[in-house]
Design a protein around this ligand. Structure first.
Ligand SMILES: Cc1ncc(C[n+]2csc(CCOP(=O)(O)OP(=O)(O)O)c2C)c(N)n1
Ligand SMILES: [Mg+2]
Length: 338
């Protein structure tokens, strides 16, 4: 399913804005932060079932991807995918509606928090299976190459996924076939509840690129402009036939792994030291310092987003719940045997 009931022009406009305007990028980062606050609130009220994984603290990476990819590029993300969906242009009502199981959700309310998708803006289905997006993006790159389309595929995954077989198979195939893929590892120092040092013998995931003869680049994942510059180089290389790149963005997720994890196993002061380099605040300060926006304009962006998200929540809550009768509407093949 690839269309949004809210109309295609909205996601396309949102995407075009983050590609061209610093102001829109800050707006999107603030939107992600606020939407995820809202999601946690809706869970606490019992409006949403199941679980959810927020990406607060990692907004710069998602928005940098939205800002540097073309609409025909394809992006595969993870269960921590609200930020990526919003950054690629999916409207907040379609993300919230999806999580709330409403028909106006980006997959009609059948996917939920961990299975967001919108092919109109290149968001391949996100997945709860760690590392699953990696071979999917390699396949998307291969299809582009076979069809002689110059699109690029992006795989976004965590540090934990770099220990999954699919990571190694995916990087190997992409390298050997010189596929146009950019592998973006969000190294937030934890895989589920485990600190990276307990699961991974190397401190930098980027060094693994060497084993697959591709560039491995470490970037400051808190700095949207640094991530954008690195993405641009890797995307251009891929589009020009130069093959894949592995980017490791050093970052931190403010929450524990999922809704029920308070992250109490994290060392004292760690969260505070990362919060001191908050990606939204860093970008706002830079735009202020560079004279791109005034403090009043920054405050107005936040205030406007708060109102817009309240409207999206109200719209999503008032929308029709998904119907069981429509469950197989977009399923390609259904086993008819009883
Ligand atoms: C194949 C597979 N193995 C294990 C799990 C359970 N699991 C869910 S998230 C997770 C940790 C992933 O960590 P990371 O890749 O660093 O991503 P993060 O959650 O930090 O964004 C694990 C082990 C799973 N969902 N899929
Ligand atoms: Mg992680």
């Amino acid at each position: 399913m690839s269309t949004l009931d809210s109309g295609l022009s909205v996601p396309l406009q949102r995407r075009a804005a983050v590609q061209t305007e610093p102001r829109a990028r800050l707006e999107r980062m603030m939107e992600i932060r606020l939407v995820e606050d809202k999601i946690m609130h809706l869970f606490s009220e019992g409006a949403i079932h199941g679980t959810t994984h927020t990406a607060q603290g990692q907004e710069a990476i998602a928005v940098a991807i939205g800002a540097t990819t073309r609409l025909d590029d394809m992006v595969a993300g993870t269960y921590r995918g609200h930020a990526l969906a919003l950054a690629l242009g999916v409207p907040s009502e379609a993300v919230l509606g999806e999580i709330l199981g409403r028909e106006l959700g980006c997959v009609g309310g059948f996917g939920g928090s961990m299975h967001l998708s919108c092919l109109d803006v290149g968001l391949l289905p996100t997945s709860a299976i760690v590392g699953a997006g990696i071979p999917i993006s390699v396949g998307a790159a291969l299809s582009g190459k076979v069809l002689e389309e110059d699109r690029v595929a992006i795989a976004v995954f965590g540090d934990g996924a770099a220990n999954i077989g699919a990571f190694h198979e995916g990087l190997n195939l992409a390298a050997i076939w010189e596929l146009p893929v950019v592998f973006v590892c969000e190294n937030n120092l934890y895989g589920e509840y485990s600190p990276i040092g307990r699961t991974t013998p190397v401190g930098d995931i980027a060094v693994r690129a060497k084993g697959y003869a591709m560039p491995g680049v470490i970037v400051d994942g808190q700095d949207i402009e640094e991530v954008m510059a690195t993405m641009r180089t890797a995307i251009q290389r891929a589009r020009d036939g130069g093959g894949p790149t592995l980017i490791e963005a050093k970052t931190y997720r403010y929450s524990g792994h999922s809704r029920s994890d308070m992250g109490t196993y994290r060392p004292a002061g760690e969260l505070e030291s990362w919060s001191a380099r908050d990606p939204v605040d860093l970008y706002a300060s830079r735009l202020l310092g560079d004279g791109v926006l005034s403090q009043a304009e920054i405050d107005a962006i936040r205030a406007t987003q708060i109102v817009a998200i309240e409207e999206s929540v109200a719209k999503a809550l008032a929308a029709e719940p998904s119907k069981v009768a429509n469950m197989f509407k977009n399923v390609l093949a259904v086993n008819q045997q009883k």
